[in-house]
Design a protein around this ligand. Sequence first.
Ligand code: TYM
Length: 345
Amino acid sequence: MTDFKERVFSGVQPTGNLHLGNYLGAIKRFVELQESRDCIYCVVDMHALTAQLYQPDLPAQTREVTAAFLACGIDPARNIVFNQSQVSGHAELAWIFNCVARMGWLGRMTQFKEKAGKDRENASVGLFAYPNLMAADILLYRATHVPVGEDQKQHLELTRDIAQKFNVDFAEAIAGHGHGEAYFPLTEPLIGGPAARVMSLRDGSKKMSKSDPSDYSRINLTDDADTIAQKVRKAKTDAEPLPSEAAGLAKRPEAENLVGIYAALSNREPAEVLGEFGGSQFSAFKGALVDLAVDRLGPIGAEMKRLQADPAHIDRVLAEGSERAAAIAAETIVAVKDIVGFVRH
Ligand code: TYM
C-alpha cells in the first residue's frame, strides 16, 4: 500500500451556537492533536449554505468559529486555520466525487434523512450531496486522520468508500502518473472518549445540538458563568444517587451524559469520576460540575469575545491559512485532473 504522510483535517460549520458538544467532541481534541501531528482546521462555510441559504450573519459566524479555534488553543502558526470557500479545490474535487459516489450511498446517510425530514423533494441538492463535499475537504489534503464527534462516523465511512472507488476505478491512471497503487488514503476517523456524543441537557436520548429550540438543552461556548450554572442546575436527572461504577450508568442516559461531560472536562475517565462522586446526590455533583465548567469554559468565552472585537485580525489569520491550504490543495487538483484525464495546457 502507498505510504501517506500523516495529516489531520477537520471542519466545523459556521452555523451559530457553538456548544459544549462541539468543544468536547471536536475542538478540544483538535488542540490536543496539534502537539503531535500536522493539522488543518477549516471553517466550512460552503457547508453552511445547506442549513439555510441566505444567512446575513454568515461572516460573523465564520469569524466566531475561527475565534473559538484560537480561544481554545489552536495555534494558527503551527497549524493551518482557514475557511473553505477561499480554496477553490474543495468545490472542484467535490464535483469529481459527485461522479464517484452513488445515489444509493448518499440515500443511506442518516443525517440527510433527519435534516430533510418528510419533505425530501424540497431538500436542496446541496444537502443531499453534502457528504461528497465533506469527502473532498478531507481528501483534498490527503488527510489520514479526522477527529470528529460520533455523529460524523457515517460520513467518514462514505469518505473511505469514495477514496476506495476512486483508487480502484482509476488504478491504471494513478499508476501511470507515478502515484503508486492508491492516490487517496483510507482516512481513519478519530472518534472516542467520554464525550464523543454529548447529549441534550433536557433529554438524554437526544444529541446536544445547535438547532435545538431550547437554549437550556445546550451550554454555548459564549455562555457566562451564571447561565452555565442555571443550565447545569436545571439539567434533567433521575431520582437515584450516582453509582460507584460505570456499569451503573447503563439505562441512565442523563446521569451518563453529565458524568461523561465531567470526565471530558477534567481529562479523566468516567470510572474515576464515579470513584469520587459515587453515592452522591445530583445536587452535590451538579455543584462540582458548575465549578468545573465555569473554570474551563469561562476563559474560552472571554477570549472569544476579545478576539471577535478585532475582526481584521481574524481575517488575517484566515487569509494566511487559506494561502497555505491552497498551496497543498493545488498539488492534489493538478494530480487529480491528470488522473481523470482532463487536458492541461
Ligand atoms: P458540525 O459543524 O455539526 O460539528 C462540528 C464538530 O462537533 C461535533 N459535534 C459533537 N460532538 C459530540 N457531541 C455532540 N453533541 C456534538 N455535536 C457536534 C461534530 O461531530 C463535529 O466533529 N459535517 C461536519 C463538518 C465538516 C467536517 C468536514 C468535519 C465538513 N467537512 C471534514 C470533518 C472533516 C459537521 O457538520 O460538523
